[in-house]
Ligand binder design. Structure first.
Ligand code: ADP
Ligand code: MG
Length: 142
């Protein structure tokens, strides 16, 4: 299995709950390593651009406003099969449907305020990492 990098956001609801450490611990326990991390307050423009793929969806404006409602942690996770592994640890988009023991089942408030973002494929991982980080921000953990 290949070593991959994926992009992750700890969203405003989880930062407000003060569970950054608990969430990062789950990634680490699953064998993923943080290779870049930063706390930011997103602008409306940044959120709009980041979620542009959902522009036509009815929840787009609310989602963008929510993502700017407080600080978030943007990070890059590295490890074997990191993209799918991160999605497994996160759980389903709707916390009511998320499997027991997943981040969203344990911490999320709603389908919108669902604690974490994770890239869904290699091409989106690459784009999303580059959206927030430059090459020199990424550290080698080997
Ligand atoms: P995921 O984050 O699981 O990849 P999507 O890419 O489908 O989910 O959606 C992006 C984000 O938009 C979700 O994480 C959630 O914050 C929000 N969202 C998705 N579906 C809805 C919905 N039906 N109502 C409100 N917000 C939603
Ligand atoms: Mg998605």
């Amino acid at each position: 299995m290949a070593i991959e990098r994926t992009f992750s956001i700890i969203k405003p609801d989880a930062v407000a709950k003060n569970v950054i450490g608990q969430i990062v611990a789950r990634f680490e326990q699953a064998g993923l390593r943080v290779v870049a991390s930063r706390m930011i307050q997103m602008s409306r423009e940044q959120a709009g651009q980041f979620y542009a793929v959902h522009k036509e969806r009815p929840f787009y404006n609310d989602l963008c406003a929510y993502m700017c409602s407080g600080p978030v942690v943007v990070q890059v996770l590295e490890g074997e099969n990191a993209i799918a592994k991160n999605r497994d640890i996160m759980g389903a988009t709707d916390p009511k449907k998320a499997a027991k023991g997943t981040i969203r089942a344990d911490f999320a408030e709603s389908i919108e305020a669902n604690s974490v973002h994770g890239s869904d494929a290699p091409d989106t991982a690459k784009l999303e990492i580059a959206f927030f980080f430059s090459g020199s921000d990424l550290c080698s953990r080997k």
